[in-house]
Ligand binder design. Structure first.
Ligand code: GLU
Length: 299
């Protein structure tokens, strides 16, 4: 049994739709990464953005993961339950002068240059804002933030020139993903973050927040994104289908193939337990080094 206080991994889906093949890849990779290291593995539903959520998606994700044989430690964590902790962290940032009110609307920022991390905030409200509607942004500087991604190698970013100060509490009052994820990973002692490469550009912002809040920085591994044969990312928007509960072994084997683990074809008709035993015994993360996308057919 993994020991409390040791390594901890997690899967943290947002309930914007049911589990699809792209999210299954992240779940499988983080599960194998954690379990092969004897680490704990947690399931956290990131349900703090009601406008983006789909009714029933959270329950459907949990049900599918269960049917696919994932065994998480403890009970499912619901991110909305740590709202008070998110707001305390926000207060810490505000009180220390790291976060400030920003009254800029999306329209105000239209036409601003974009960097590798998205639209670059020009610092308009750094000196203060009296706008009635406001977000909170965290101040950045130009120091280098470096991390060594297990799959993608060394990354280095400078937030001030590349993203500028970024939002930690949105104008609609909701806590931004960047802050919530950092607080929850710290509270759960997460030491290994394995997730899709579409989130790699968030990582320097999250490391920045960890430093400002005095948190640890976990090890990061960003897996290639699953794309349709035409090159579009697999997502709800591009019509990725919900994973069928009854097709667990076949879909797990497809996921292992996409993750370049070369499972034997016969495994598709084996039990879910047999698929996991094979996967744990043969997990070779090195095969993903430097890969940014894997092509799959979503059927
Ligand atoms: N909730 C995020 C998503 O579903 C992932 C968060 C993370 O793994 O850091 O895209």
């Amino acid at each position: 049994m993994p020991q409390p206080g040791g390594d901890t991994g997690r899967f943290a889906p947002s309930p914007t739709g049911p589990l699809h093949f792209g999210s299954l890849l992240a779940a499988v990779a983080s599960y194998l990464d954690a379990r092969s290291a004897g680490a704990r593995w947690l399931l956290r539903i990131e349900d703090i953005d009601p406008p983006r959520e789909m009714a029933g998606a959270a329950e459907s994700i949990v049900r599918t993961l269960d049917a696919y044989g994932f065994e998480w430690d403890g009970s499912v964590a619901w991110q909305h339950e740590s709202d008070a902790a998110h707001r305390t962290a926000l207060d810490v940032l505000i009180e220390a002068g790291h976060a400030y009110r920003c009254g800029c609307s999306r329209k105000d920022l239209a036409g601003q240059p974009s960097g590798p991390l998205g639209t670059i905030y020009p610092g308009t409200c750094r000196g203060g804002s009296t706008a009635p509607e406001f977000a909170y942004r965290v101040r950045t500087d130009a120091s280098a933030i470096r991390f060594d991604d297990l799959f993608q190698g060394i990354r280095e970013h400078r937030l001030e020139p590349e993203s500028g100060d970024f939002v930690v509490r949105r104008r609609d009052g909701l806590i931004a993903y960047q802050l919530a994820v950092v607080v929850d990973d710290e509270l759960a002692n997460v030491t290994r973050v394995v997730r899709g490469i579409d989130l790699i550009d968030s990582t320097p912002r999250q490391i920045w927040l960890q430093r400002l809040l005095g948190y640890r920085t976990p090890a990061y591994a960003h897996i290639p994104v699953a794309v349709h044969p035409d090159g579009d990312k697999l997502s709800k928007l591009t019509g990725a289908r919900a994973l069928a509960i009854g097709d667990a072994s076949r879909n797990l084997v497809r996921a292992l193939t996409a993750l370049r683990q070369s499972p034997p074809h016969e495994l598709e008709s084996a039990s879910v337990g047999t698929v996991w035993s094979w996967a744990l015994e043969h997990w070779q993360p090195d095969t993903l080094a430097g890969m940014t996308e894997v092509r799959v057919t979503d059927d």
